[in-house]
Design a protein around this ligand. Structure first.
Ligand SMILES: Cc1cc2nc3c(=O)[nH]c(=O)nc-3n(C[C@H](O)[C@H](O)[C@H](O)COP(=O)(O)OP(=O)(O)OC[C@H]3O[C@@H](n4cnc5c(N)ncnc54)[C@H](O)[C@@H]3O)c2cc1C
Length: 459
């Protein structure tokens, strides 16, 4: 196998990866930035370099702000490989990726993982029907192609991305049949405890309030405290039904967009056998790192939402901090130089993260939307395994997600457990009366991304 040497491979060209790669290159290290997308930007700034001025305006100032990061990384010596899907990283820092059907590989002195977040699964009855998508997927269509659904659309769930998409749809003239919010009164009470911290991050609060105001002004029907969500339809989504204050509601729509927050993409950190812990505030697993984002795997660090959800600005700051940490480890900086450069970044990061406890409490996804009560709800879409199947596995003695693979193949399809991992952990934990930490997560193995035998042979 031909392994090309490089100082640092950065995986993921979102805010964390772009900022990290630029910092490393500015410090004189050779850097390769790999991303499966066709351009830099990651999730939030997807398509930023190709978006027309009109589309940038439509998507809002937070989106347009990404142009600055994208241009900055372009002006460095960073070698950016687009369309590069990384399918394996070894603990010895061999990085294998697929590009144009060919396997290529690097031998890196260090690796920075900036693979971001993915949307939390939303396993409710009917969520696998055609016409149901995640809000993030719908937003990708808007960002990259400027298109939205035809006909009535319902947005359902909780979290800032849901309101942001609603606001973007209003501006794009896409009609919204309803915004169905699952947040309850008790979520607002729980969040109140963190209000002081949130007030110290007032620009975020102001943004949230102005999104909600715009949706109200746009006369979008808005339901709050919705429970018992169910997508109805025969072969195609036709309506979303739910209950508010004990009253049954039904909104007709051929497109239902679900969203209940994002969770770290931990496929690589898990495959590397790094330590993880359950974060009960964010209801997900996060890799254990030191304050420079370093894993307990030598010379491998993680930055951005992949290390815990903090948002785009925090991701860019973490990317720079992890880069400084790696540069020190590689002998490019003294500890004093690293710390001096890090100090203002840390202060800014602290300011950025003040809003998180408030958001995590306010938009805590309901248990019924994470752990389906109904047995017939599909949870592993690749292998068509239901919630009831997993509960039956537990009755038969299945103790955790890895045994569940042997019992019924869940997590063994093309997505490699990305879609069902958290749901399977939480169902088993609840059925066994254990914590998610005690039950654990899938043991992830390469290939992280699908690869054919022919492609593998090409390497
Ligand atoms: C679908 C979606 C839409 C979002 N939209 C918004 C928004 O509009 N506004 C907002 O404020 N926040 C949004 N967020 C949250 C936002 O993504 C983050 O806060 C922020 O982008 C995190 O930055 P990051 O650099 O950590 O990761 P990301 O921006 O997520 O970047 C990660 C990058 O890693 C790449 N990658 C992952 N795995 C591989 C692999 N195996 N091989 C190669 N490349 C890989 C991805 O292609 C991606 O470009 C969104 C999140 C999601 C999941």
């Amino acid at each position: 196998m031909n392994l090309e040497p490089v100082d640092v491979v950065v995986i993921g060209a979102g805010p964390a990866g772009m900022a990290g790669a630029r910092t490393l290159a500015d410090l004189g290290l050779s850097v390769v930035l790999l991303d499966e997308q066709s351009a830099v930007g990651g999730q939030i700034y997807r398509g930023i370099n190709s978006a027309s001025p009109a589309r940038r305006t439509l998507l809002g100032p937070d989106y347009a702000a990404g142009a600055h990061l994208a241009n900055a990384v372009k002006s460095t010596t960073v070698r950016h490989e687009t369309g590069a899907s990384v399918w394996q990283i070894t603990r010895e820092r061999q990085v294998h990726y697929l590009k144009n059907g060919q396997v290529r590989s690097f031998a890196a002195r260090a690796v920075l993982l900036a693979t971001g977040a993915m949307e939390r699964p939303f396993p409710i009855p009917g969520w696998t029907l055609p016409g149901v998508m995640t809000a993030g997927a719908a937003q990708i269509l808007l960002k990259t192609a400027g298109i939205g659904p035809q006909g009535p659309v319902v947005l359902a769930g909780c979290g800032p991305l849901l309101y942001l998409l609603g606001w973007q749809y209003l501006r794009a003239g896409i009609p919204i049949a309803a915004l169905v919010d699952t947040s309850r009164r008790e979520d607002y009470w729980r969040a109140r405890v963190h209000l002081l911290g949130a007030l110290r991050a007032w620009p975020y609060l102001r943004k949230g309030v102005s999104l909600l105001r715009a949706l109200r002004k746009g006369e979008v029907p808005h339901y709050t405290g919705a429970e018992q969500l169910q997508v109805e339809g025969e072969g195609q989504a036709q309506a979303l039904s739910f209950v508010v204050d004990g009253k049954a509601q039904r909104v007709s729509a051929s497109t239902v967009l679900l969203h209940q927050g994002v969770v770290p993409n931990i496929q690589f950190t898990q495959a590397l056998r790094a330590q993880h812990r359950w974060d009960d505030a964010q209801l997900c697993f996060v890799p254990e790192t030191d304050r420079w984002g370093a894993l307990d795997v030598p010379f491998i660090s993680v930055a951005g939402d992949g290390a815990g959800i903090g948002g785009a600005q925090a991701a860019a700051l973490q990317g720079q901090l992890s880069a400084l940490g790696l540069a020190r480890t590689l002998g490019q900086l003294t500890p004093a130089q690293r710390d001096a450069q890090a100090a203002p970044l840390r202060a800014e990061l602290e300011r950025n993260l003040r809003i998180r406890p408030f958001l995590d409490a306010l938009y805590r996804p309901r248990e019924e939307n994470r752990i389906p009560a109904r047995d017939d709800v599909t949870i592993c879409r690749c292998e068509e395994v239901t919630a009831g199947d997993v509960r039956r596995f537990v009755e038969l003695g299945c103790s955790g997600p890895n045994q569940a693979k042997s019992f019924g193949r869940c997590g063994m399809g093309p997505c490699q457990g990305r879609m069902c991992g958290l749901t399977v952990t939480e169902i088993i934990a609840k059925s066994r009366g254990l914590t998610p930490d005690e039950v654990g997560y899938y043991r992830i193995r390469p290939p992280i991304k699908p690869i054919t035998l022919g492609e593998l042979a090409s390497g």
